[in-house]
Design a protein around this ligand. Structure first.
Ligand SMILES: C[S@@+](CC[C@H](N)C(=O)[O-])C[C@H]1O[C@@H](n2cnc3c(N)ncnc32)[C@H](O)[C@@H]1O
Length: 179
């Protein structure tokens, strides 16, 4: 009996460890942002009914759902690769009644077309931000805002910062380091 319990526990741990490492390799592990912090991030952007927001690595959908419910954005797209998070966030979208505004895309954010975004949010690792920098710089329209939780985009000019939330604007991206 003890052997069975040990095997079950080891299997659960292995599945958990693989899950964590898999998304970390792809761009970031799953670590949810507190709802208070999500509100702060969205408030910093001044998100409103004209905005189209993308959350890169949307987890359980909390950023895009709050953007729709509390900030009345035109469209909110969560981009996520983890099937468990995708399922959970789709359920939340139904539960919160925001199906018309919020779309959850089962997609790798590195290959997602982001050209209609006016706001991009992310909570991704420093090395991921290095790669995202190139993509966002290429795809986003001037004036679009990028809000990074915890980890910066060091090549871009910061326009606002609050307790580890960093905001950038696309038109500024070209001002620093000749980029
Ligand atoms: C730190 S969590 C942030 C979740 C959510 N945005 C929040 O703030 O609560 C990062 C999420 O990014 C997802 N992720 C990592 N790499 C990704 C990739 N290449 N494409 C899409 N999602 C990715 C992970 O599965 C994870 O759910």
């Amino acid at each position: 009996m003890n052997k069975v319990i040990t095997i079950v526990l080891l299997s659960v741990f292995a599945i958990w460890a693989i899950g964590v490492n898999w998304t970390t390799i792809m761009g970031a592990p799953y670590v949810p942002t507190s709802l208070r912090r999500v509100k702060k991030m969205l408030t910093m952007t001044g998100a409103c009914e004209d905005d189209i927001i993308y959350d890169l690595g949307s987890g359980d959908g909390r950023v895009v759902i709050m953007a729709a419910k509390k900030f009345n954005v035109k469209k909110a797209v969560g981009v996520e690769i983890d099937p468990v998070r995708i399922l959970i966030s789709k359920l939340y979208v139904l539960l919160f009644g925001v199906r018309g505004t919020v779309k959850i895309k089962a997609h790798n954010f590195f290959t997602m077309d982001l050209s209609d975004a006016t706001i991009v949010t992310c909570f991704t690792l420093p090395e991921t931000n290095e790669e995202l920098f190139v993509k966002l710089n290429k795809e986003l329209k001037p004036g679009s805002k990028v809000v990074a939780n915890r980890f910066t985009f060091p090549h871009w000019t910061l326009i606002d910062e609050d307790n580890g939330i960093y905001m950038y604007r696309v038109m500024d991206f070209h001002n620093k380091d000749g980029l």
